[in-house]
Design a protein. Structure first.
Length: 337
């Protein structure tokens, strides 16, 4: 029995959470893997109702669970997810971009993953006023850079792909901060002679993600660059509706879609739940590895195949060229499970 804490979020968050609960309940009933799900408030609605975007009880319940699922939140994201990442030391943000067939995607031959450092950089939001200017503090440390580089090389080693790590930075301009990040990655690369290593400036990377995305396997980069590049990479393979993410630490992990609360389509039952359901797939793989539970791997594989097969057969939501609603698409998945 795995205890899952589930932040239901804002905007399309509740619709995606309903879909996730439905799929998890089906797994509970049919596939011999048991979950106890506790839904939790956090985000704009929680801020409005309780005065806190991340209520204390939510934090406590997350800490008492085996794993956390988080639907997107809105404008208070910095006070929810950025805080949780640092509080739980979820230092690796893993964002795969993988082609699925029959998508309105730019490319159908992509299988890459962005490994984004998740605890430092401008993303910590340490800013202050200085006269009539504003200053942001960017801290990059050797320890955090080496830790994420190691995670990226281990990921490349395990993946069935090119076994290549591309370190993305802008050390020609930010010589101290990105210089340290690049230097740390070069150091770590020496321990992985079987993994190809290359460096790329972030502007060149943004261009190459469109021009020749098939050349990427694992990208390792700093927090803000990773945030931006992963929205781009998801678009290359069909859009944010298909983009899952994992926030991983040594002892705990949180899984969420790459995208935000999508207020423009909230309440219309048209959001693509795949981003959240593929995050559940990543969660199952993580639980399987942590608890040596092969059932988790089997169900993870099954869930991905069901989504893959549905999309292939043309059963898909509007954002990727289909006509199914969120709830219809979810029902197709639970039927197939
Ligand atoms: P967004 O990621 O919410 O949406 C961008 C575009 O993608 C929109 O047109 C939206 O309709 C579409 N989209 C996103 N997810 C989709 C899905 N599952 N199915 C179909 N279409 C989908 O970005 P935006 O509009 O910049 O941000 C909205 C809010 O989300 C903001 O308040 C922001 O602060 C918050 N946010 C929260 C995040 C989190 O909880 N981790 C991450 C990013 C943004």
């Amino acid at each position: 029995m795995y205890k899952i804490s589930l932040i239901t979020g804002d905007g399309i968050g509740p619709e995606l959470s309903d879909s996730a609960i439905s799929v998890l309940n089906t797994i509970n009933d049919k596939l011999d893997l048991k979950f106890e799900i506790t839904t939790l408030p956090a985000g704009d609605k929680a801020l409005h109702e309780t005065g806190k975007a991340l209520p204390d009880e939510t934090i406590q319940t997350i800490k008492n669970s085996d794993v956390c699922l988080k639907a997107p939140v809105g404008e208070s994201a910095a006070d929810v997810i950025v805080v949780l990442r640092r509080m739980l030391d979820l230092y690796a943000n893993i964002r795969p971009a993988k082609s699925y067939p029959h998508m309105s995607a730019l490319r159908d031959d992509i299988d890459m993953v962005i490994v984004r450092e998740n605890t430092e950089d401008l993303y910590t939001g340490k800013e202050f006023s200085l006269g009539n200017a504003a200053v942001a503090l960017r801290i990059i440390s050797e320890d955090a850079s080496k830790r994420i580089a190691k995670y990226a090389f281990e990921t490349a080693k395990q993946r069935n792909n090119m076994k290549k790590v591309t370190c993305v930075h802008k050390s020609n301009v930010m010589r101290m901060t990105d210089g340290l990040f690049a230097k740390s990655c070069i150091e770590v690369a020496k321990n992985y002679p079987d993994v190809l290593f290359e460096q790329m400036y972030v502007d060149a990377c943004a261009m190459n993600l469109i021009r020749q995305p098939e050349k990427f396997d694992v990208i390792v980069t700093t927090n803000l660059f990773g945030d931006i590049l992963s929205d781009e990479s998801s678009q290359v393979v069909g859009g944010l509706g298909m983009a899952p993410a994992a926030n991983i630490g040594d002892n705990f992990a949180l899984f969420e879609p790459v995208h935000g609360a999508a207020f423009d389509i909230a309440g219309k039952n048209i959001a693509n739940p795949s981003s959240f359901l593929l995050s559940i797939k990543m969660m199952l793989d993580w639980l399987g590895a942590k608890h040596h539970d092969t059932k988790c791997f089997t169900v993870a594989q099954k869930l991905e195949s069901v989504i893959f097969d549905l999309v292939k057969s043309g059963v898909k939501t509007k954002d990727i060229g289909g006509d199914r609603s969120t709830s219809e698409f979810t029902r197709e998945i639970t039927n197939k499970l």
